[in-house]
Write a protein that binds this ligand. Structure first.
Ligand code: KIV
Length: 281
């Protein structure tokens, strides 16, 4: 594709209907796994949509993979707005979720609603917020006002300094019980989806079993969740250095980037990724 062609414009028209929250709930109810990936611009928004992902996350991981920061903390609301608008222009059918960056929702529910509104106006269909304990009030406030919410528990990268690094969460009985309690409170507050990051596969399975309606999306949380998410640069092995063991290199044996993402979608759907021993804890 030439750089003068608008992303997606040269693609054959896709037969797929837009993926809605209703459709995702239906997939979950019927046991179909949900395939999510991050993307940050129009070209990759179009590519991952054409490759068949159900959901695209404009993650604040962009602070690390695009901007080169050591954490997600410097990412601003304006950054997420810019990248959400870009992805929305390329994407035609996948369900689009935007991360609320650090500092954009912690003050109070009104601040969260104001900033969630900016992300929804940019093209997001759901916003994601990190943490448990204090977050259910904010989740309820947003959901009651028409903003679908994805919660995020386990390793919550915006709290990297409080957590003492990128470590597996919920390993001992007490922290696993707290995490399960937080998940229940968030589900009761109306979160439709929940990213479960870097935790024992057994714990993620328990969270899903405790909250059958909730669409749990794992990353380093084993195969027992309703779906999976990976940072695109990691699964394409664009990211330099040692990658966590939950990442599989989908470029290996793939004919193209689109083929690699398509293989990821197929592997999530047929349950072959993640592997209980190779990619889980
Ligand atoms: O920012 C991000 O990409 C994320 C995923 C790792 C779930 O939050």
């Amino acid at each position: 594709m030439s750089s003068h062609t608008s992303p997606g414009a040269s693609d054959a028209p896709t037969a797929r209907k837009p993926v809605t929250l209703h459709r995702l709930r239906d997939m979950h109810a019927h046991g179909e796994k949900i395939a999510m990936i991050t993307a940050y611009d129009a070209s990759f928004g179009a590519l991952v949509d054409a490759a068949g992902v159900d959901c695209i996350l404009v993650g604040d991981s962009l602070g690390m993979v695009l901007q080169g920061h050591p954490s997600t903390l410097p990412v601003t609301l304006d950054d997420i707005v810019y990248h959400t608008k870009s992805v929305a222009r390329g994407n035609k059918t996948a369900f689009l979720i935007a991360d609320m960056p650090f500092g954009s929702y912690q003050e109070n529910p009104v601040q969260a609603l104001r900033n969630a509104g900016v992300l929804m106006a940019a093209g997001a269909q759901m916003v994601k917020i990190e943490g448990g304990g204090w977050t259910p009030e904010t989740v309820r406030f947003l959901v009651e006002r028409g903003v679908p919410v994805c919660a995020h528990l386990g390793l919550t990268p915006q709290s990297v300094h409080a957590l003492g690094g990128y470590r597996i969460q919920g390993k001992d009985e007490a922290s696993a019980a707290t995490l399960r309690q937080h998940a229940k409170e968030l589900a009761d507050a109306g979160a439709s989806m929940m990213v479960l990051e870097l935790m024992p596969a057994k714990l993620a399975r328990q969270v899903q079993a405790d909250n059958p309606q909730l669409m749990t999306i794992g990353i380093g949380a084993g195969p027992g969740t309703a779906g999976q998410v990976l940072v695109m640069h990691d699964m394409l092995h664009v990211t330099r250095g040692k990658l966590p063991r939950f990442v599989r290199n989908f470029m290996e044996g793939a004919a193209s980037i689109e083929d690699a993402v398509h293989r990821y979608v197929l592997a999530v759907k047929d349950g072959s990724f993640p592997d209980e021993t190779l990619h889980s804890y």
